[in-house]
Design a protein around this ligand. Structure first.
Ligand SMILES: NC(=O)C1=CN([C@@H]2O[C@H](COP(=O)(O)OP(=O)(O)OC[C@H]3O[C@@H](n4cnc5c(N)ncnc54)[C@H](OP(=O)(O)O)[C@@H]3O)[C@@H](O)[C@H]2O)[C@H](O)CC1
Ligand SMILES: [K+]
Length: 492
């Protein structure tokens, strides 16, 4: 499996350990800070060559140190400059050294009054933000936001939690963010992603192996995570056309969701797709299907499919209707790779443990695709817990034994072994009726390609997002399905 360094995400705490490792291996930590601060200044000078003045706001830690280095660089460049700092007399270590090299006056942060024409260099808080921002910082954030001042953030916009992507009281909305070595989860999780502006990753000289050694198993989702698993051993021309997906339909008035899943599975390259329909919905399903096969859902048919080695994955839940019968059906399918979506998740709200125990006992390959509400029904304690969406998804995966696709504009995919990915390619248009049914179908097609559950889910979420981009504004679930074949990654 390919995990390019560029896709690695590393938490602020782990990045602190990388810094310590770098210092321990003899790397000059002040040099790293100089590289960081100079990168911020260079970006700001290039982006805003006509700036009225650069206003460098420096905090009490090493993020502030980056700011003092940037300030010295602005001074050397002859730019108009003002510096404001918190506790600038009490700085320690590298930050104190950076401060000492600044010849210009440093005013207290509380004295800063925003004015039009300012370009703010935000070096107040970075990885070390540990609580809500103080009031004078919140006041500056509000004023700068009102005046729409350009803001270049060092490492991460102040007030944004680099681990969770959440706002601690208030946060700058940056035009540009310059971060170092690797992105942090908070740069991609919402609302953080929307506050970073253009994100630039700058190599400040820490050996990549030190970063890799501390990085947990978290990546931005992309083909590097799943292309090997999808390519498989078969001939090039049959790369995607294999496996047989069976999708369970709801009754006559709610059969459309399962049809969307079924046609999506077909478009995503399943070799064959069967819609398994209650007898009373056979007619309506038959009227709407061509390439998808149709079969009546009786116990004999289900037994036959479970025993048929050519049937490789199931989808159950879309439009099915919440019932005890659905619980029974879902549990009976777990001997084959199964996507549990929509009603199949809600059906277990009153007894999630029975599902999780069955998955663990069977060693089943299951992908669950909850949106926020369904996640809350299955994992009420996790949904209300503090911490990041990544942590919640990881805990849900470990507890349930399933790969969790925790949906949203920042969908997180998590595996029981702790691997996780944050998806970033989904346009807002994807939040439309039937979109989830399409995702469930693509996921089953990936499972039918014999991809392991985590890779299958990552691939499906990414292809779904890219389909949304291809379909463009005003997309519907139908137009989304049509463009799935155009949305596959170019694989080598
Ligand atoms: N390898 C790298 O990426 C490098 C990054 N660098 C930069 O260093 C910062 C991280 O520096 P650190 O000192 O760990 O953290 P901060 O500067 O972000 O902030 C810590 C100080 O801020 C105080 N703090 C935290 N939250 C608040 C708050 N809400 N209100 C007031 N004060 C707060 C904190 O005080 P404590 O009481 O919590 O201890 C600290 O005083 C990283 O982001 C990069 O910009 C290096 O320059 C080079 C290597
Ligand atoms: K910052």
């Amino acid at each position: 499996m390919l995990h390019e360094f560029e896709r690695i995400l590393i938490g602020p705490r782990e990045m602190g350990l990388v810094d310590a490792d770098a210092a321990g291996s003899g790397i000059d930590s002040f040099r790293l800070m100089q590289n960081a601060g100079e990168a911020v200044a260079a970006l700001a000078l290039a982006r805003y060559p006509d700036s009225g003045r650069f206003v460098v706001l420096c905090g009490p830690g090493n993020n502030g140190g980056d700011g003092y280095v940037a300030a010295a660089a602005f001074a050397r460049a002859g730019a108009s400059l003002c510096i404001y700092g918190i506790g600038s007399e009490d700085l320690k270590g590298d930050a104190a050294r950076a401060r000492a090299r600044v010849e210009a006056e440093v005013a207290p942060l509380s004295a800063y009054a925003c004015r039009p024409g300012d370009v703010i260099i935000d070096a107040i808080f970075g990885a070390g933000l540990s609580r809500d921002v103080p009031q004078d910082v919140a006041r500056i954030i509000a004023d700068a936001t009102k005046l729409r001042l350009p803001i270049v953030a060092a490492d991460i916009p102040s007030g944004l939690d680099g681990e969770t992507g959440e706002i601690r009281g208030a946060a700058f909305s940056a035009t540009d963010t310059v971060t170092f070595m690797a992105r942090k989860p908070g740069h991609l999780l919402l609302p953080g992603r929307e506050l970073c502006g253009a994100l630039h990753v700058f190599d400040i000289g820490i050996p990549k192996r030190l970063v890799m050694a501390r990085a947990g198993k978290l990546w931005e989702n992309g083909p590097g995570l799943f292309s090997d698993a999808l390519a498989g051993p078969t001939a090039e021309s049959h790369k995607y056309a294999r496996g047989h997906v069976a999708v369970f339909s709801g009754g006559p008035t709610s059969s459309g969701a399962a049809r969307l899943s079924a046609t999506a599975a077909l478009k995503a390259g399943a070799g064959a797709v069967t819609l398994v329909s209650p007898s009373e919905a056979l007619a309506v399903n038959a009227a709407h299907l061509n390439a998808v096969m149709l079969r009546e859902a009786d116990s004999r048919a289900i037994r036959a499919m479970l025993g048929d080695h050519r049937v490789s994955a199931f989808v159950v839940g879309p439009g099915y209707g919440v019932s005890a019968a659905l619980r029974e059906l879902a549990l009976s399918l777990l001997t084959k790779p199964t996507v549990l979506d929509a009603d199949a998740l809600t059906a277990f709200a009153s007894e999630p443990k029975s599902l999780f125990e069955a998955i663990h006992a069977e060693g089943a390959t299951v992908v669950m695709t909850p949106h926020e509400g369904e996640f809350g029904r299955l994992f009420p304690d996790l949904a209300s817990a503090s911490g990041s969406k990544v942590e919640r998804a990881r805990k849900a995966a470990a507890r349930s034994g399933a790969v969790i696709v925790y949906k949203g504009s920042d969908t997180v995919i998590a595996a029981p072994d702790g691997r996780a990915a944050i998806n970033t390619n989904a346009p807002a248009d994807l939040a439309t009726a039937g979109s989830g049914d399409v995702l469930a179908g693509i996921t089953a097609a990936m499972l039918a390609h014999a991809a392991p559950a985590f890779e299958a889910a990552c691939a499906a979420v990414w292809i779904h997002g890219r389909s949304g981009q291809v379909a463009g504004g005003g997309l519907t679930a139908e137009t989304l399905v049509d463009v799935i074949p155009q949305a596959f990654p170019e694989m080598v």
